[in-house]
Ligand binder design. Sequence first.
Ligand code: HEM
Length: 495
Amino acid sequence: MDWSTFLLALLPAVLASLYFWSSTFSRRKNFPPGPTGIPFFGNILSFGKQPPVTMLRWKEQFGDIYGLHVGRKPLVVLSDFNTIKKVFGDDAAAGREQSSPIRHDIATGAGSGLIFSQDDLWRTHRRFALSTLRDLGMGKNWLEDSIIAEVEGLCQTLRDTEQKPFDPKEQLTNSVSNVICALIFGQRFDLKDPKFTQLTTMLTTNIQNVDVEGLAEVMPFLMWFPNRVRDRVMTVRRNLRSLAVFFKDQVDEHARTKQRDEVVPDYLYAYQAEAENRSKTVAENTFDEPQLLSSLFDLFIAGSETTSTTTLWAFVYMIENPEVMWKVQAEIDQNIGRDRVLTNADRGLLPYTEATLLEIQRCASLVPLSVPHTTRSEMNIDGYIIPKDTVLLANLYSVHRDPRYWEKPEKFDPTRFLDEKEKLIRHEGFAPFSVGKRACLGESLAKMELFLFIANLLRSFNLRLPAGKTLSHEDYHASVVNCPNPFQLIFEPRT
Ligand code: HEM
């Protein structure tokens, strides 16, 4: 076949796909305008390495509400705080995507657990998770004590580095993961335990690779032959399966050692007790093992990587703004002293430190696009008609840089969270945990952890860069969680 015959043969396919593509758009009357996509791919190839940044630029062009496509799938991006608050407060916007090339079976979370379930399954299990975590100790002493024990263990590890350049990521992730392990399994692991490190490393790898999901969805044929996208999807799937085996072992171990009629000591026991109760009283009991495994996954993943990566961001911003670090240290020295560990009760005495933590969260915008929601029914958002099953993205990165709420948004300035009397204020347009029905269910735990980890680390160490090295908040990997690229620091003890 010569070239002209080949092209002629190809033409009907091209015309058909263009017709198919244009009819997709013309059918969506009153859908928000947005950047033009290309057939088959939609806008995905224009997202670039840092999609939230690209999306912030599109906001400047198309406004607070605009439409995109990933393949043929419609997506609406919301960039204004008040619009997000209104839309995410509505049950119709509380859905999640039910299929994914990565979480392709129930054991790895497709449509189950806490993050990816929806409707009654999600409502029942979110309610149970919130009340169980509250009963178990969010805001109670034993939880604070176990966080402080982790902080002290981490400080010792950092002291042991003897001021040699050290990448803190692994030990930090292990320490934070131990807090969530205490809550859900009633168990902690040695910070240097290689098996535990393997698990937390899998977790980190997965968080950094889930962004491959969109490409695998738009080009499913990439899964048929060896290539980079396929390799990344397979890595994530393999890690999810290994993590599932770890959780299953914990579940079986708990079932073996179940202590009836005793105070519920962890999430897993509480779940098993609830499952038993419901099996006697509820006709359709969704408290089964797949749902349990998926929920454990979600708590472990959502509860580990988020807090530890925020602490890494704290290091980056303190290196970039040493005068802020010195001011935090001076506030701690003056109000508490250097000799004892900081507890939650000290927070009220440390407004500048608290303001610094909030500014770190604003600038990092850790979960920059929140977790995608989907519409459960047609919605009218400010006059635009959004069909059922449309993906809604809240661009929190853009919200945290919105000049309508933040003066000089690019500047790192903790005082924006303080009033003229140096008292902490609630700032409109601040939403690191998202808002509405699906807002983060670990928010109060996360806030306590962030204070205890970051404030105690700054109380205990001066942070310095190794000679000849630089560090910038612009050097990061964007995925579902924005994570600074690996770096080393010198931890100089202050006490
Ligand atoms: C700095 C720490 C954290 C940040 C910035 C953060 C942020 C977020 C965000 C943006 C969402 C998506 C909300 C939405 O879909 O609108 C979310 C959901 C969630 N987070 Fe967090 N999170 C943090 C820590 C935690 C912790 C410690 C836990 C565990 C106890 C946790 C558990 C969850 C769960 C289970 C969901 C899903 C809620 C649902 O779909 O109903 N998070 N988080």
